[in-house]
Design a protein around this ligand. Structure first.
Ligand code: FAD
Ligand code: FES
Length: 281
């Protein structure tokens, strides 16, 4: 698939109809949206995001977590944390939301061609990585070993459990999950996600890594990957910052010399390592 076509009206939200709402976790919902203005679907690259607008309430950046091969359905998985995300999660079938985008630089899938792939997702970080996993699975033969490492606070906090079971059942994906605190039904790993790395099967020198999760998790995960020999220019992270315009104009999402909305949200560790070490940048 080629790059997404340029958006000629980048600040104007388009109306999208809510087609389906599914509750994933206690405070997380997945919405499937369809364009209702006849102007075509949102073609996207894994890792890109849209600005989702709840009329009269506000607008938030949300990653696209559907299948890049099926752009007709725009899929967003959202945790209700504040005013706007709560309103997004309260949307029901046939409601209309505003959507603009897609925006940003996504996961550079081509940087992993012919290489081992390590994907590390912490908590809701699996949402922005889900479309990457789907893109890799769709071209499975083009990559070496593929390892998916997932961390959550509790077993009940593991996202996309059905899809996870499907990925686990594949012989050509290594999937490992860990939780901070288990429960009586959990017989998997307990501990931080980086503790899964020594047990995963990949060759660091020929690995490309993709990480998304809380910033502290990404900092440790990237440093551990580089320590074990993965080239820092081939470790990619997706950052979150407050956004307003999403097109590199307002400066709200400044991160050191970069704008997260335009230059990111995906950056190589090599590029942002210094800024990442400074809190509140
Ligand atoms: C590029 C990008 C992609 C994103 N993708 C997703 C996504 O796929 N799904 C998703 O649910 N969110 C995603 N987010 C985060 C989402 O944009 C924020 O949660 C949202 O802007 C919060 O707005 P609000 O009005 O609901 O909360 P606010 O009223 O702004 O905040 C309410 C409270 O929640 C806290 N808060 C704000 N953001 C977060 C957060 N991310 N996690 C925990 N607490 C928070 C605030 O500090 C505040 O205390 C993404 C952000 C970016 C920059
Ligand atoms: S949100 Fe305006 S510059 Fe990034």
């Amino acid at each position: 698939m080629g790059p997404a076509p340029p958006d000629s009206t980048p600040l104007l939200p388009r109306p999208f109809r809510v087609m389906r709402v599914r509750r994933e976790l206690r405070d997380v919902w997945t919405l499937e949206l369809e364009a209702s203005d006849g102007a075509g679907p949102v073609r996207f690259r894994p890792g890109q995001f849209t600005m989702v607008y709840v009329f009269g309430i506000g607008e938030v950046p949300i990653s696209i977590c559907g299948d890049p091969a099926k752009p007709d359905v725009l899929v967003h998985t959202v945790r209700a944390v504040g005013t706007v995300t709560q309103a997004v999660c309260a949307a029901r079938k046939d409601d209309i939301l505003g959507v603009r985008g897609p925006y940003g630089e996504g996961w550079p899938v081509e940087a992993a061609l012919g290489r081992d792939v390590v994907i590390m997702a912490g908590g809701l970080g699996l949402a922005p990585l889900r479309s990457l996993v789907r893109a890799v699975v769709a071209r499975r033969g083009a990559f070496g070993r593929v390892v998916l490492l997932i961390g959550a606070r509790t077993p009940a906090g593991l996202l996309f459990s059905r899809e996870l079971a499907h990925w686990r059942a594949r012989f050509d994906l290594e999937v490992r999950a860990t939780v901070d605190a288990g429960d009586p039904g959990w017989n998997g790993e307990v501990g931080v996600i980086t503790a899964l790395l020594p047990r995963a099967t990949f060759d660091p020198a020929t690995t490309t890594a993709f990480i998304c999760g809380p910033e502290v998790m990404m900092r440790f995960a990237a440093a551990d990957l580089v320590d074990c020999g993965v080239p820092p220019e081939l470790v990619f992270l997706s950052l979150e910052r407050n956004m307003k315009c999403a097109v590199g104009v307002c400066g709200h999402c400044q991160f050191g010399p970069a704008f997260v909305c335009k230059d990111g949200p995906v950056f190589s560790y090599q590029r942002i390592e210094t800024s990442l070490r400074i809190r509140e940048v």
